[in-house]
Design a protein. Structure first.
Ligand SMILES: [Zn+2]
Ligand SMILES: [Zn+2]
Length: 189
């Protein structure tokens, strides 16, 4: 990666670039850029397979900056139920109210709770959008990815992926016989 690319990776918006009508930023980053973010999450099972397109709108009132953003990309992950690999499109809209760091006492990172997440600070005369994007990408990947809402999972007996075919194991009998016993018990009472 050359220097030019590195500085472009900064994605910094200078305050004096934000005019009264706002500032718009539309760009994309390649999948390596996204994968670098995933590298920081432990035990992650997400791989970016597509570039990420980013749109950001920024407005400013004095030193307060309002940022509205949207990104979309596609990641590859595996289903927690059937373990199949699948591609998941991710699109997210996010908002940040940013205030100048000198106007608000900077809290140590761990004291900022989740409710304050959308209130952040910037330092100096520019806003680095990368940490905000990082945060949003991490927040928007599912912690329980499913290949489909109605994923049938894996047969606990033979290990067959039940989305692809049905196995011969008879699981119904196990559950129904339990119900039969319960029914009989309640009838006896
Ligand atoms: Zn699945
Ligand atoms: Zn089976």
């Amino acid at each position: 990666m050359d220097r030019l690319e590195q500085s472009r990776n900064d994605l910094k918006i200078r305050l004096d670039e934000i005019e009264e009508s706002g500032y718009r930023l539309s760009c994309s980053r390649n999948k390596d850029w996204v994968n670098n973010i995933f590298k920081d999450i432990q035990n992650t099972d997400f791989t970016s397979i597509d570039e990420i397109s980013i749109q950001i709108e920024v407005f400013r009132v004095g030193k307060d900056v309002f940022l509205k953003g949207l990104f979309n990309t596609t990641v590859r992950t595996s289903c927690v139920k059937c373990l199949d690999s699948f591609d998941l499109p991710i699109e997210a809209i996010f908002h940040y109210n940013l205030c100048a760091a000198d106007e608000k006492e900077l809290l140590p990172e761990k004291e900022i709770n989740k409710a304050d997440l959308d209130l952040s600070c910037y330092q100096g005369d520019s806003i680095d959008v990368v940490p905000l994007l990082r945060e949003q990408i991490i927040l928007n990947v599912p912690s329980y990815p499913l290949c489909q809402e109605a994923c049938k999972g894996i047969c606990p007996q033979c290990g067959l992926n039940l989305n692809h075919s049905l196995c011969q194991c008879d699981k119904k009998e196990v559950t129904s016989s339990r119900f039969e016993i319960l029914k009989e018990l309640s009838l006896k009472q």
